[in-house]
Design a protein around this ligand. Sequence first.
Ligand code: BG6
Length: 498
Amino acid sequence: MASNFNNPYIAPFDYVVFGGTGDLASRKLLPALFRRDRDGQIPPPSRVIAAARSVLSRSEYQAHVETSLRQFLDGEDLDGQTWTRFRERLHFVSLDATGEAGWPDLVCLLDDSPREVRVFYLATAPHLFGPIAHRIKASGAQSPDARLVLEKPIGNDLASARRINDEVGAVFAEPRIFRIDHYLGKETVQNLLVLRFANALFEPLWQSHTIDHVQITVAESIGIEGRGIYYDRTGALRDMVQNHLIQLLCLVAMEPPASLDREAVRDEKIKVLHALAPISAADVTHKTVRGQYRSGAIAGSPVRGYLEEPDVSASSGTETFVAIKAEVRNWRWARVPFYLRTGKRMPQKVSEIVIQFRPVPHWIFPSNGSDASPNRLIIRVQPDEHIRLSLWMKEPGPGGLRLRSAALNLSFAEAFKGRFPDAYERLLMDVVRGNATLFMRRDEVEAAWGWIDQILGAWAEAGDRPRPYTAGTWGPSAAIALIERDNRTWFEETLDIP
Ligand code: BG6
């Protein structure tokens, strides 16, 4: 299987989507495939086969997709020609994921002029991953080169992740398993690799002598959006930190890989995961903060509290916000804390990485407080994607020497005109290419769960309950104290939200 990151070739494929009528398929997978088709990237005979428990005819499924594309294409045109072509790719098979019903129909469809690449995408609950993989094999649907794509969450803790990995590993070899973390498909996240390893400028500074600390914020203004059943037994630590924030941390902290080969990149990421300092029950109160939103307002509109959300237990102890002071114990990052935070119902949606540099060793200018704010590199992942470096400059004008902080600002929208593809567009096509660089390997997922499990265990041991915060704020005040204890502050910049 080719693993070249830049291999543009897309072979004709069959994408079998389990959970093909579900939320993820409607919101993300089908719009992504449609857009790739519109851009001419999908070869003619490729098919998209939805597999689900519901009983639908092919034309009913096509109508269902048309409706959901109209809803989720963000106002883009469902233009006639592409839709006519895409519609013809759509098939539907009703089957029982854990029983025998429907599988012969799937096999029959797949074997009817098989396409070059066969992908099974499991957009289902994780407890079905093992049983579906087993059925794929038992029914004869598996072809020698078939790929299996697993959506997060892969389990709920280390033990369940291992079980799932064992079950799917009994059917598919590791190089054919693609574990999705959609953050890795985001343009700005891939750009982290380019920023660090294609520019000579940053790498010599990328270490503890020059960097004071790193902040990673993934804030969302949305609440749990009707996902109460899933969310209430999951919480922010498992839903966001175990995957998205840890992946961002790995890309910031990893050593330069020898190449973009999937194993080279993932080998470096796993070293970071192994270097993450464990957080014990003794540390948990000063290194972590859990929060849960109460009613409040987002952009002027009132929103209810977490405990009033549908399908959430009235006495729930699930966190919707978490802040962590993490440490990567190696030479490069000694004494450089990584402050992570993520939360629902925060004032705005913003994901960003802040690299805070240390002050210069000796300040020769008149002190007007400027020596207190050293350089800072901001990598805005979303929205309004940009990279900004703050520098001290002389304020123009005669008399005295006044310094002012100015920014070198690279706005992606201005520098690179055109549409930013959704993360799934890249990832779905990378599966067909056989390129797993932007997917998580088994050991990465398990190492991340190992670190998370310790925090969950420490919270349980310390009897830690989430602290309330008002919806529309940046989380509980304890999160501010977490960083201010170290004489640092969270970088917060209010966006102009239209
Ligand atoms: C998902 C989480 O993985 O990521 C959601 O399950 C969260 O709770 C979403 O809302 C955030 O993704 P994005 O791309 O909107 O930042």
